[in-house]
Ligand binder design. Structure first.
Ligand code: SF4
Length: 212
């Protein structure tokens, strides 16, 4: 059984899949407490579902793209079986993970979108850098940047681990904290080979809206 916070159908707001219709399976619990967290409601609230029940619900939306997110999905070990089963059922599967828990046992068919937590998140010490060696070319690494210190740190990590050679690197701002134009100008000045992104859903709906 897995504790699920919500399952819903919406537009993917982030990653290179932004703009595509997608079913979201949001798992309860997170082992981190980022300063800018926008899904605190997923820390504890939820209902127990079996994997079959989750897949039946996902099926009901008639969409073959599905994202498993949280909270932190990998807190519940059973999430590995859910990811595998979704792949078996022919879904294109995305996993959003905060980057503190091991990804090595995630099914290789899953596209992993993994954060590396910047200093202003307050969770810098939780980054599991061993995960980098398990990333595949189709995976994506995300930096959520709140100020210049975060930006410089991200640049250092990209260079240290040669990240842009491994997979797509996403840069986004801490919403309502750093102005997008500032981050975009830094990226252009430094000619960084990263993909800037906005959290599209926060512009379509009110930023605090749940289930979108
Ligand atoms: S990892 Fe995600 S869900 Fe967990 S505290 Fe950070 S932003 Fe919130």
């Amino acid at each position: 059984m897995l504790k699920i916070n919500e399952i819903y159908y919406s537009i993917q707001g982030e990653s290179s899949y932004a703009g595509l219709p997608c079913v979201f399976v949001r798992l309860t619990f997170c082992n981190l407490r980022c300063t800018y967290c926008d899904t605190e409601y997923a820390f504890y609230e939820g209902t127990e579902y079996s994997i079959d029940e989750i897949i039946n619900k996902v099926d009901s939306f008639g969409c073959k793209l599905v994202e498993v997110t949280g909270g932190e999905p990998l807190v519940q070990e059973e999430s590995l079986n859910l990811l595998r089963e979704l792949c078996e059922q022919g879904y294109e599967v995305l996993l959003e993970t905060g980057g503190s828990l091991p990804i090595k046992d995630v099914d290789r068919r899953v596209k992993i979108i993994m954060d590396l937590k910047c200093p202003t998140s307050g969770m810098l010490k939780k980054n599991n850098y061993d995960n980098i060696s398990y990333l595949k070319p189709k995976d994506e690494i995300k930096f959520v940047i709140g100020d210049r210190i975060d930006y410089d740190w991200s640049k250092k990590i990209i260079s240290e681990y040669n990240l842009t050679q491994k997979c797509t690197v996403l840069f986004s701002v801490v919403f309502d904290n750093l102005k997008p134009v500032i981050l975009v100008n830094w990226i252009l000045e430094d000619k960084l080979n990263v993909r800037f992104q906005l959290q599209m859903h926060k512009f379509i709906w009110h930023p605090a809206t749940k289930g979108v």
